[in-house]
Design a protein around this ligand. Structure first.
Ligand code: ATP
Ligand code: MG
Length: 553
């Protein structure tokens, strides 16, 4: 398949395949914790894990890392499955869960205790933190570090049996309290949590920590390349230590790549949860959210997100990508796939004083280059709406639209000339009275007139009122402060227009459109109704941003 992708991970896999090091082929996993919805950063990891497996005829597990019953739940499991499928990827078999392996994990924990490689520590969480040292100072040994294995085993079994309160004891690896790597300073492997788990119910009241769980699950599933983000680089020695110290005949390599970051948004699930819980957004699928559910509702197609991930590539270098680059990919994808139609978002009434007929039907293509999309009908009559900004009685230089006494062409229609500007009591322009040129009909124009501007319009007698939601960045600042999210929010991130759309749009089963000269829009999946249309702006039509400034190709 994509033989063109040549990042360091694919090169490594190619080398492993060529050297015959992968008797079971390429096996990857995507391991989300079901404590929130997936975001565009996760899409990078999904595209990488599922992508390499597809390219090398391998397999990918969707494995839920559900070791913290307090924060996890079925809503998130369902949302994650839906989003991975929506992106267009297929996992091997049924999804797996870290909790599926709780019995094996427990067994390996006992093994470590028996081997003197783990002990039950009875310090409080606070005391453990204090004795761990800092980045510059070594930690100090726990007074329980030399507890006899028998005693630790007994306590660990009683922890499992539910004899102790949360926090009374933990199981810790016996590695090196003074290690230069903080993660190796006798890390906690198990803790007591009297909480009901979304899958195992009340079967367990001790839960394994991520670092202990992840490597063992990888090994049990025969993962050939455990791909994770760079913040786990310092955890790799622990990943290896656990597998080296239990009876496990298989040891996957952990390989790290850089996280995707986007400015003007947040991507930690804790912060996204705060936005939802405090009502700063309408939910996880609010179109301003960087979640896949939000981007889907915003109208992004999965193809665009996959192309974005392909173009940003995979490396160990910092991966803060401009929002404009994502929007460029979205626009690129919609350019050839979205039908065109006309909508007036900020209407100004136009009356054609010399138009006597009942009205007539004009036609236009759904797409200027894609003839297969066919034609649409639109009615034309004496009463029209045009965009307010397409008229000016004080035009800037090079203004090619309508001015008093000037002419423009109405797309797929006629040339009109502005004869009179009507104002309301506040002095605002409230109507234009124009003359149309009967012999200037598009396609059979014999008028000989060549006005410079072409503008869009809708027939006021047929157009359907529509609510159009325009979005700006969720945050005012490139790097929102974790502790003051609310203060950094952009108060103008949602702006609603009340406009009019041509009826063919409302009647079409198609959801995404280019409203000519305005942008790309999608029928809102929750709020839209054919008789009361609600559209979201997906992306504007163009941007000053150029593709060569960013990305790999
Ligand atoms: P958070 O820290 O917000 O809870 P997380 O990274 O812990 O997020 P997980 O559900 O554990 O979320 O992530 C699943 C996988 O997605 C992990 O392998 C993680 O490395 C990867 N991932 C998460 N965020 C990004 C990102 N911004 N870019 C690339 N990969 C990411
Ligand atoms: Mg995580």
């Amino acid at each position: 398949m994509s033989d063109d992708l040549r990042d360091f991970i694919r090169n490594r896999i190619r080398a492993d395949v060529a050297a015959g090091r992968l008797p079971h082929g390429v096996v990857t996993r995507f391991p989300p914790e079901p404590n929130g919805y997936l975001h565009i950063g996760h899409a990078k990891s999904i595209c990488l894990n599922f992508g390499v497996a597809e390219e090398f005829d391998g397999r990918t597990f969707l494995r839920f890392d559900d070791t913290n019953p307090l924060r996890e739940g079925e809503e998130f499991v369902e949302a994650i499955r839906r989003d991975v499928e929506w992106l267009g990827f297929h996992w091997t078999g049924e999804p797996t869960f870290a909790s599926d392996y709780f019995p094996q994990l427990y067994h390996f924990a006992e093994q470590l205790i028996e081997r003197g490689k783990a002990y039950v520590c009875s310090l409080t969480a606070e005391e453990i933190r204090a004795s761990r040292g800092t980045l510059t100072e070594p930690g100090t040994p726990s007074p329980y570090r030399d507890r006899p294995a028998d005693e630790s085993l007994d306590l660990f079994r009683r922890m499992k049996a539910g004899e102790f309160q949360g926090g009374a004891h933990v199981l810790r690896a016996r590695i090196d309290p003074a290690s230069p790597n903080v993660n190796m300073r006798d890390p906690v492997l198990y803790r007591i949590r009297h909480a009901t788990h979304h899958r195992t119910g009340d079967d367990w009241c001790i839960y394994p920590m991520y670092d202990f769980t992840h490597c063992i699950c990888d090994a049990l599933e025969g993962i050939s390349h455990s791909l994770c983000t760079l913040e786990f680089e310092d955890h790799r020695p622990l990943y290896d230590w656990v597998l080296d110290n239990i009876d496990m005949n298989y040891h996957p390599p952990q390989i790290e790549f850089s996280r995707l970051g986007l400015p003007f948004t947040v991507m930690s699930k804790r912060q996204l949860t705060t936005l939802v819980a405090n009502g700063h957004v309408s939910g996880w699928d609010d179109p301003r959210m960087p979640t896949l559910a939000g981007l889907r509702r915003r109208g992004y197609r999965p193809e665009a997100i996959r192309e974005f991930c392909r173009r940003i590539g995979v490396s160990k270098a910092d991966n803060l990508v401009e929002v404009e680059f994502l929007e460029f990919c979205v626009r690129n994808d919609l350019e050839s796939t979205a039908p065109r139609a006309m909508a007036v978002l900020n209407p100004l009434p136009v009356t054609l004083t010399n138009y006597d007929g009942e009205g007539e039907t004009l036609t236009g293509p759904w797409h200027p280059q894609q003839a297969a999309m066919g034609q649409r009908d639109m009615t034309f009559s004496r009463d029209l709406y045009i965009e307010r900004e397409d008229f000016s009685d004080n035009p800037p230089r090079k203004y090619r639209r309508l001015v008093p006494g000037g002419m423009v062409r109405l797309r797929y229609g006629y040339i009109i000339e502005c004869e009179e500007v009507v104002r309301d009591s506040a002095g605002e322009v409230s109507e234009l009275r124009c003359r149309y040129v009967p012999e200037s009909k598009s396609g059979s124009d014999t008028s000989g007139l060549k006005p410079k501007g072409v503008i869009h319009w809708v027939d006021a007698n047929a157009a359907i009122a529509a609510e159009v939601r325009n979005f700006d960045r969720l945050f005012r600042v490139p790097a929102p402060a974790g502790d003051n999210l609310a203060g950094d929010l952009n108060p103008n991130s949602l702006h609603t227009d009340h406009g009019f759309i041509e009826p063919a749009i409302a009647a079409s089963p198609e959801t995404r459109f280019q409203f000519e000269r305005t942008g790309y829009f999608v029928k809102d999946s929750e709020l839209h109704h054919p008789e009361r249309p609600v559209f979201n702006r997906i992306v504007s039509l163009r941007d000053s941003w150029k593709p060569k400034a960013q990305g790999q190709d």
